[in-house]
Design a protein around this ligand. Structure first.
Ligand code: GLP
Length: 241
């Protein structure tokens, strides 16, 4: 695992955007796995800047979603589908056809999970998966104790994660209890993993991810098992390393 310490979130976003641009120059139709939350926004802003300045052509890129809430109505502004379309697909000038995501509105959620794992494989697998990290060490929505071999499936959120994500909703009562997430095993199949963590609130989770044992209690520690994993942290998130 490679750990890169940058000064702040903007520098982290720029560094990772350059890595994505380099991938797109090598592989026009690369499948880019994207994460939601506040942390990766500087990546998407920096990448959009590179595209607008002509430094990279992203028109062939394909985008894959990491996870999704279950049960939000179609088109809800905080569904991760809406967020990815708004923050990544639209700014990069891509069409919805370039976008793959699990169906959080499906009646048969288990079938939707299996269908998404199949769709990722049929698309040739994820070339580069971006990840954030929860304060409890989760990646995607794989909460502590998730199997390190897990596939895309339904999960129940912990109170902590619902509290962390309540800022995107009117109140914590509106945060769904259930989600679909790529499993840790699914995530590990991506060819390159890049986790970005910024701010002091992530310092403990980062320390356990990088320096602790590989353990289901800290899902992000599974990155230690991946042959090409990069952890980019700002100075605050690196403060317990
Ligand atoms: C959610 C998402 C994760 C994300 C995490 C941290 O739980 N499912 O993919 O990494 O939030 O979000 P933030 O970057 O806003 O701290």
């Amino acid at each position: 695992m490679e750990v890169v310490i940058v000064q702040d979130a903007t520098a982290g976003g720029e560094l990772i955007a350059e890595t994505i641009a380099a991938l797109l120059r090598r592989k026009r139709d690369a499948l880019l796995g994207v994460a939601t939350g506040s942390t990766p926004l500087p990546i998407y802003q920096a990448l959009t800047g590179l595209v607008k300045s002509g430094a990279v052509d992203a028109s062939g890129a394909r985008i894959a979603q990491l996870d999704e809430y279950v049960g939000l109505p179609q088109g809800h502004p905080e569904s991760y589908r809406s967020v990815v379309l708004r923050e990544v697909v639209a700014p990069l000038g891509l069409s919805e056809e370039s976008f793959l995501g699990p169906d959080g509105t499906a009646e048969d959620v288990a079938a939707a999970c299996e269908a998404y794992d199949r769709a990722l494989a049929e698309a040739g697998g994820v070339d580069l998966q971006l990840l954030g990290i929860g304060t409890d060490g989760h990646i995607g929505f794989n909460e502590p104790c998730s199997s390190l071999a897990s596939r895309t499936r339904i999960k129940t959120l912990t109170r902590q994660t619902r509290e962390d994500n309540a800022r995107f909703f009117d109140s914590i009562d509106d945060v769904p209890h259930h989600v679909i997430t790529q499993g840790i095993g699914t995530i590990l199949e991506a060819r390159h993993l890049i986790l970005l963590a910024t701010g002091e609130g992530k310092a403990e989770a980062v320390a356990q991810t990088v320096e602790g044992p590989v353990a289901a209690l800290v899902p992000a520690s599974a990155l230690q098992l991946h042959p090409h994993a990069t952890v980019v942290v700002d100075e605050a998130a690196a403060s317990k390393l």
